[in-house]
Design a protein around this ligand. Structure first.
Ligand code: PEP
Ligand code: MN
Length: 262
């Protein structure tokens, strides 16, 4: 059993009365664009921006991210604005750079069971955002978490990003019940990613509201100043105005849950 997950007794990265909002583009595209997004988020009180530099794309022929150039852009934007960054890691060899420059290290769905990566991240003390594999059960996800805990790193946030089912109307199916199930098992915070769960920009707002209402510790949302031109995942990306609407409505629910957004 995943004993360390169950007996988790550390100060969680997101407290019981907090709801963390992370937003940003699927992929880092260029400095101007990322700077614009960072400034927009800061103006709305959002402290964490997401942005992928190495994208795990299904097809090798789609945009793969800017790689090292993407990391450099993230670093510049972080220095210029003070925003904190959440970035997906692909490989053990990237750990030293990420430990130094990235605030929350994301392990994507496709790497949830990359056990050597999990063990190596467990030897750091950086916050790790562990996404659920799209073909993984909750048990498998929590065993993956246990790999990180076993090495001594308690700084973990889980992220439900939907699982593959027979339903073709959404990219994945948001397993909303995983949140209260996990909340019943462990004190490790669990967030929801409505973007990759649904693959549809029109569903981001209702699913974000559902996340707040079901007791999730936060949401991670893909935004872009002009989603039509986003280089990856444009169908699930919302623009700044829609994000404003989302903030309004999510905050109402977060307040009703006696929490505050962070
Ligand atoms: C992402 O968040 O950029 C991503 C690739 O998500 P997932 O690993 O959930 O597919
Ligand atoms: Mn994406």
């Amino acid at each position: 059993m995943y004993e360390k997950v169950k007996e988790y007794n550390y100060d969680p990265l997101i407290k019981n009365d907090e709801f963390l909002i992370i937003a940003g583009p699927c992929a880092v595209e260029d400095e101007d664009n990322l700077l614009k997004t960072a400034r927009f988020l800061i103006s709305r009180g959002i402290k964490y921006m997401r942005g992928g530099a190495f994208k795990p794309r299904t097809s090798p022929y789609t945009f793969q991210g800017l790689h090292v150039e993407g990391l450099e852009i993230l670093k510049k934007v972080k220095e210029k604005t003070g925003i904190k960054v959440v970035v997906e890691i692909m490989d053990i060899s990237q750990i030293p750079y990420y430990v130094e420059n990235i605030d929350i290290i994301q392990v994507g769905a496709r790497n949830m069971q990359n056990f050597s990566l999990l063990k190596a991240l467990g030897k750091t003390n950086k916050p790790i955002l562990l996404k659920r594999g799209f073909g993984s059960t909750i048990d498998e996800w929590l065993f993956a978490t246990e790999y990180i805990l076993n090495e001594g790193n308690p700084n973990i946030i889980l992220c439900e990003r939907g699982i593959r089912t027979f339903e073709p109307m959404t990219r994945n199916t948001l397993d909303i019940s995983s949140v209260p199930i996990i909340n019943g098992i462990t004190k490790i915070p669990v967030m929801i990613d409505p973007s990759h769960s649904s693959g549809r920009s029109d569903l981001i707002l209702p699913l974000s509201n559902a996340a707040a209402a079901v007791g999730a510790s936060g949401i991670m949302v893909e935004i872009h100043d002009d989603p039509n031109f986003a280089l990856s995942d444009k169908d699930e990306t919302i623009d700044f105005n829609t994000f404003d609407e989302l903030l309004d409505s999510v905050k109402t629910i977060v307040n009703a849950m006696k929490k505050k957004t962070i």
